[in-house]
Design a protein around this ligand. Structure first.
Ligand SMILES: [Zn+2]
Length: 147
């Protein structure tokens, strides 16, 4: 069987290989719209996922805003609003790409351990659903992402 991590290629290695600077977390928090409490309700294993997604989203929509970022049934929910660039002549396409990127990273979260960030799958214990690697399958993620 081929290694699924390898078939994901550069995206996987960029999420799981390089250590991204955590300082963009402050930028993510500053984008919450005023009607929503700015908090990242996810576990540390997904830090690189949201940092990488954020890097891609600001490339397409530098002023995008966020309503909520959380984990639900072991997968990432990233609720964000596309704000078009004035100079963008293909806004509809840009919005589609924006939404696709979010869907894609929400998918990546379903194969990324919430505790340590390595390869994982959906696990359940006492009706609690979370994504974990083999090592963390018996221990639901406890610590929330520290800001
Ligand atoms: Zn793990």
């Amino acid at each position: 069987m081929s290694d699924p991590a390898k078939s994901l290629g550069p995206v996987w290695s960029s999420v799981h290989g390089e250590k991204l600077s955590p300082s963009p977390l402050a930028d993510i928090l500053s984008r919450f719209d005023k009607d929503h409490y700015a908090t990242l309700d996810i576990h540390p294993g997904w830090t690189n996922l949201i940092l990488k997604l954020h890097q891609l989203l600001i490339f397409i929509s530098p002023n995008y805003t966020i309503m909520q970022i959380k984990t639900k049934f072991g997968s990432l929910r990233y609720y964000a609003k596309f704000v078009p660039k004035d100079s963008d002549l293909t806004q509809e396409t840009s919005k589609e790409i924006f939404d696709c990127l979010i869907r894609y990273y929400e998918y990546l979260s379903t194969i990324t351990c919430e505790t340590c960030g390595s390869w994982g799958s959906l696990t359940s214990l006492n009706n609690l659903y979370y994504t974990s690697c083999e090592k963390h399958s018996d221990t639901p993620p406890k610590d929330w992402l520290k800001l």
